[in-house]
Design a protein around this ligand. Structure first.
Ligand code: FMN
Length: 227
């Protein structure tokens, strides 16, 4: 089981090579209940804020949740979401050991959600649609695209510092309920949840498709053969 580093050690670990961080950033759902220093959470968010936003709007807000009652309420919604989709997922994944492994770790997170020390909830101000104007799909893309680059920066910062992190959305399945729990006005939308804590296990390489399987040259279906 991995040791918990001091705050200074964790901050110093941010100098980890970018390649190593990118190759080993993965969803760490099983975390210890031990507290995480605010300085480390703030550093993750500070690095998140280096990300781009549409028109440089910087229309982001981040709710840091440490209050047990707030965690419990979000955890209750996560359990409801899991109750609806978990069994379906397990049935669909029958025989697929790597998917079943992911689902086991999701189940752990659902069951231990209230024990996770910190949640960061990235939110966006403003709406997806422009007032009085029909919004093309690219408007929606720009809207959600104005938070996820910061989320990825935050995940990479957490990984470098050795903090366990994952990107989850299921606790927010009811935006109305999430707004009420977090005291958000209608003008602010919660987008995802990043639970943070010291990992019970350790980071390691991710498994992804090879470049050749997903790249097309000039038009869809034309395989890209590298020079
Ligand atoms: C938009 C989005 C929503 C996600 N929602 C959840 C979620 O609600 N619960 C969860 O456990 N993981 C969630 N994930 C994490 C994915 O399951 C995870 O990234 C994927 O299984 C790859 O895992 P790995 O990075 O450990 O390889 C979400 C990821 C994304 C990008």
């Amino acid at each position: 089981m991995s040791e918990i580093p001091s705050t200074d050690e964790a901050l110093a670990a941010l100098s980890m090579p970018l390649l190593d961080a990118m190759m080993t950033q993965r969803a760490i759902r099983r975390v210890k209940p031990d507290p995480v220093d605010d300085a480390l959470v703030a550093k993750c968010i500070e690095l998140g804020l280096r990300a781009p936003t549409g028109s440089n709007g910087q229309n982001w807000e981040f709710i840091v949740v440490k209050d047990q009652r707030v965690k419990d309420k979000l955890g209750k919604r996560y359990r409801q979401g899991w109750a609806a989709y978990g069994a379906l997922g397990e049935r669909a994944a029958a025989g697929d050991e790597s998917m079943l492994k992911i689902l086991r770790s999701v189940k752990w997170q659902v069951e231990h959600f209230s024990e996770i020390p910190v949640l960061v909830i990235p939110c966006l101000r403003g709406g997806m649609r422009l007032p009085y104007l029909p919004t093309p799909f690219v408007g929606e893309s720009s809207y959600f695209g104005s938070i996820y680059p910061s989320v990825q920066n935050l995940l990479l910062a957490a990984r470098a510092m050795g903090l366990g992190a994952s990107l989850i959305t299921m606790p927010l399945w009811s935006v109305t309920s999430a707004r009420k729990t977090l005291g958000l006005p209608l003008s602010v939308t919660p987008i995802c949840v990043i639970p943070l804590g010291w990992p019970k296990g350790r980071y390691g390489p991710t498994t992804r498709k090879p470049v050749e399987d997903v790249v097309h040259l000039d038009s869809y279906g034309k395989r890209w053969v590298k020079d």
